[in-house]
Design a protein. Sequence first.
Length: 213
Amino acid sequence: MVILWQKNKPALYPLPVPSALAKQDLKRTTDLATQSANRQWHPATGGNFSVRDAGDLCWVSPSGKHKGMLEWTDFLPVDFAKAELVQPCYVKPSDETALHCAVYRADPSARAVMHVHPPHTTALVGAGFTLSNNEMLKAFGYKTHELNVTIPSLPNTQDMEKLGLEVKLNLELKILVLEDHGVYAWGPNPDEAMFRIEALEFLCQLRSLSPRP
Ligand SMILES: [Zn+2]
């Protein structure tokens, strides 16, 4: 059984301290979360963020806090191999922690995972949604814009096992849209994960403005 939180049990031992690289990535992630909150990409307590550390350790944003006001010390230490906190804490990590863990298990190059609810992406992307011939496609790592790229999506679900399997199918684009919910993206650092989200949202916004079918 996956245990992510045990209410009213404080940390028994001092919690781990982030490595220098993870601390740097956590600080950058809080900056990016504030920027995306200012864009209205995760109103209220929506969105979640994480950073990989050494071994099987990752740091996951807490549940129930506005992600525009995250501080790097808010992140909770999670063993991504087991998808559970390294020890019981008072604060609960994101309800979607298991998906962050699935990304780190499936993609050794992933050092940061971002999940937000950008409106154009959420409204437009559904089964078979394809983007074609736009310069911004290079943000996904392609060398040319002369492509038809189908954006991976699936109906909204909280079934983390199903989502974890889906992650393994999307290791090239490193992005996954949940229809009527939002988008997950990951990359070798927080900025590259957010570039994917920014590029997709921009392309969807263009699509919504275009008179062409
Ligand atoms: Zn969400």
